[in-house]
Ligand binder design. Structure first.
Ligand code: ADP
Ligand code: VHF
Length: 363
């Protein structure tokens, strides 16, 4: 599988490509990327752009401020975002649309579906979605935190079949190439094992977030959705002509043969658990109040919870039809009477369709 056969491509651009000097946006590296987007569209492919760079682009407007302050970073992002979007717009003679998302948006199933609907409608109209995290409004609890993972969540939400992550190195090496001159580039990765993760370190550029590790997390999210993923060098002109010719200029991550179902993928990779249910059984189709041994954390009805057994093993993620408060209340009552009454009106704590069971990769 190569991008030649892909129909819907998400391309993620790091901050260093947009604002290499952290002094406003530069078009130096963007021209190639913009041409690649234009050529993909000319071939009938749909493209979505996940663009970092708001903080780096806005940085020069806050010269006299403490840039390690969260409040200043958020203001830099808000100011830099408009500069970044207008920089991108100059390259295109077709319309683009800005989407600023947080993890809070993506992990809420209704908002997630609303985002999907917007993306599909934009693509139908031939409009290029340009997506970034909404840094100006996020808190630690609400943010994805890096645009590698965000790009994979967007690729899954958009039902894309290809994700291209542009980095400042040629791809994944067996060790950090900036620290090890003898590092070897991996051409193709089938499974993201702990050994592969162990090859990576954090960011090295002054504007990057997450380093290679978050790119691997993104590749895992995307490939489990059936999306072929590339990590390539966005600074290198040849990267994009090679991609267009169906070659692999960096590291290619193979999609699962049997991708996860959309709802299961969302629950596994995008929704985050708000609490835990401890259960006795190791296998189950649904869970009733009687199956639950303990409840950890505070969650509302409809939120995602982690299901563990008594040994602490993670069994599944699931949507709970009951709040933690109600489950704790039921646990203190005469079980036979209360449980029966409550379950008659609400149904099981976890329904069969709302469970994402943790399982081995099926390929
Ligand atoms: N095994 C590895 N292979 C490739 N790069 C690695 C590896 N381990 C750590 N890195 C570092 O990750 C960096 C890329 O991530 P990052 O700095 O976040 O940049 P960006 O997201 O802008 O591409 C590389 O410059 C490299 O130094
Ligand atoms: N949302 C942030 C970018 C976060 C991020 O992941 O940056 P990068 O590692 O350069 O892709 C911004 O626009 O500045």
């Amino acid at each position: 599988m190569s991008i030649e056969t892909s129909q819907r491509i998400v391309i993620k651009i790091g901050s260093a490509l947009i604002a290499p000097e952290q002094d406003g946006c530069r078009s130096r590296y963007l021209l190639n990327i913009a041409q690649f987007i234009v050529q993909c569209r000319a071939k009938g492919k749909e493209v979505l752009l996940v663009s970092s760079g708001a903080v780096a682009a806005g940085s020069h407007l806050f010269k006299n401020k403490d840039k390690s302050s969260v409040a200043v970073k958020k203001a830099m992002a808000a100011a830099g975002q408009t500069e970044m979007i207008s920089t991108w717009e100059r390259f295109f003679d077709f319309p683009s649309a800005q989407l600023l998302l947080t993890h809070g948006d993506l992990r809420d199933r209704d908002r997630y579906n609303s985002i999907r609907e917007t993306l599909f409608t934009l693509l139908e109209q031939g409009i290029l979605p340009i997506i970034n995290e909404n840094d100006a409004v996020t808190t630690d609890d609400l943010k994805v935190g890096d645009n590698d993972n965000l790009s994979a969540m967007v690729a899954a939400a958009a039902d894309a079949d290809c994700l291209i992550i542009c980095s400042d190195v040629n791809g994944l090496y067996d060790k950090d190439p900036n620290k090890n001159p003898d590092a070897r580039l991996l051409d193709t990765v089938g499974e993201l094992t702990p050994e592969i993760y162990a090859m990576t370190g954090g960011p090295t550029s002054s504007v990057g977030t997450g380093g290679m590790r978050t790119k691997l997390q993104a590749a895992e999210k995307a490939t489990s959705h059936g999306i072929v993923t590339y990590i390539v060098n966005g600074f290198n002109e040849d990267t994009f002509s090679e991609l267009l010719n169906g070659a692999n200029p960096g590291t290619r991550f193979l999609p699962y043969d049997t991708p996860m179902q959309e709802a299961v993928h969302w629950m596994t990779h995008t929704a985050s658990e708000q609490g835990e249910l401890i259960v006795e059984a190791s296998e189950f189709d649904e869970l009733s109040c009687d199956d639950i041994v303990a409840v950890n954390g505070d969650f509302s009805a409809g939120e995602t919870v982690l299901v563990r057994n008594e040994d602490g093993q993670k069994l599944a993620k699931a949507n709970s039809n009951y709040s933690s408060c109600l489950l704790n209340f039921i646990a203190q009552q005469d079980k036979d009477i209360v449980t029966e009454k409550v379950q008659d009106s609400i149904g099981p704590v976890i329904s069969q369709n709302d469970i994402a069971v943790f399982e081995e990769r099926k390929s």
